[in-house]
Design a binder for this molecule. Structure first.
Ligand code: HEM
Length: 247
């Protein structure tokens, strides 16, 4: 088990990069992602190998970028497809943020309708449409025996499509608290769930707020949207919307 260093007093954090020798220790007061990887040690004091490091960077580059970019693209499509919902998001963004371009974390917490909208996009378009697991010990699920070693693919997209109607209000606290929490798992669940989920929700809020504040979006009715569930939920020929400046 690797321990990253945020629990280590920061003035004692010593970073040994591949190009550094033991005398060239960098001392920093703030650790970025690569610093944390470089400083991480397992219980025997051994750091990540270059291959491990590469795997971690690949995971973050994909999980941190492609997923949110994809979720935001589907959100733009949904705004264009549901003009009344777009106006409601726009109204909230104007009320909370006005013309400001710098937003604080506290501002983003106030975007409750926009948050519900993004969750409904994650439900209906599931940027990560499925997850896979290998059965590590024999398991009986709903009367079906799953043997050791079997690979299971769980379709989050299929799970999410009941009901089928696009309605952000279903995520209002009082309504959603009555639902099974596992009925909505765009970021997976359990010990390997997404570590970037809060970050990505906030990232999307910033992007969408900036967009709806400046532009009105309309569907391009000449362009067909065909959803292709790959590692992420692709649109076969891309997503096209018409964009008009708000006056
Ligand atoms: C809309 C945006 C996102 C969606 C839908 C999403 C979805 C997911 C899902 C479903 C998993 C679990 C995969 C599994 O169970 O096998 C996952 C894992 C992960 N995500 Fe995200 N993700 C998003 C954004 C992000 C961001 C912004 C970051 C980083 C900044 C991130 C970092 C990770 C990492 C590192 C894992 C692996 C966790 C582990 O294996 O312990 N994700 N994500």
């Amino acid at each position: 088990m690797y321990k990253a260093t945020p629990s280590t007093p920061l003035d004692h954090v010593a970073l040994y990069g591949a190009h550094l020798n033991d005398q060239d220790v960098i001392r920093k007061t703030h650790l970025d992602f690569l610093d944390i990887l470089l400083a991480a040690r397992d219980d025997n004091g051994v750091g990540f190998s270059k291959v491990d490091m590469r795997a971690e960077v690949d995971t973050f580059s994909f999980e941190g970028h492609d997923t949110t970019a994809n979720g935001t693209s589907w959100a733009i499509y949904a705004l264009a497809k549901y003009p009344d919902i777009q106006e409601q998001v726009h109204r909230e963004v104007r009320e909370v943020l006005g013309d400001r371009k710098d937003y604080s974390w506290a501002d983003l917490q106030k975007l409750t309708y926009t948050s519900m909208f993004i969750k409904e996009v994650l439900r209906m378009f599931s940027p990560v449409p499925g997850i896979g697991r290998e059965v590590s010990k024999p398991l009986v699920n709903d009367g079906v025996e799953l043997p050791f070693g079997m690979t299971i693919i769980i379709s989050l997209f299929v799970m999410h499509h009941n009901p089928d109607e696009f309605r952000p209000e279903r995520f209002a606290k009082e309504k959603f608290s009555r639902r099974d929490p596992y009925s909505f798992v765009p970021f997976s669940a359990g010990p390997r769930n997404c570590i970037g989920q809060n970050f990505s929700m906030n990232e999307e809020k910033v992007l969408l707020a900036r967009i709806v504040n400046r532009f009105r979006l309309e569907l391009d009715t000449d362009h067909d949207i065909v959803m292709i569930p790959e590692l992420i939920m692709r649109a076969q020929n891309g997503i096209k919307v018409n964009v008009y400046p708000r006056t």
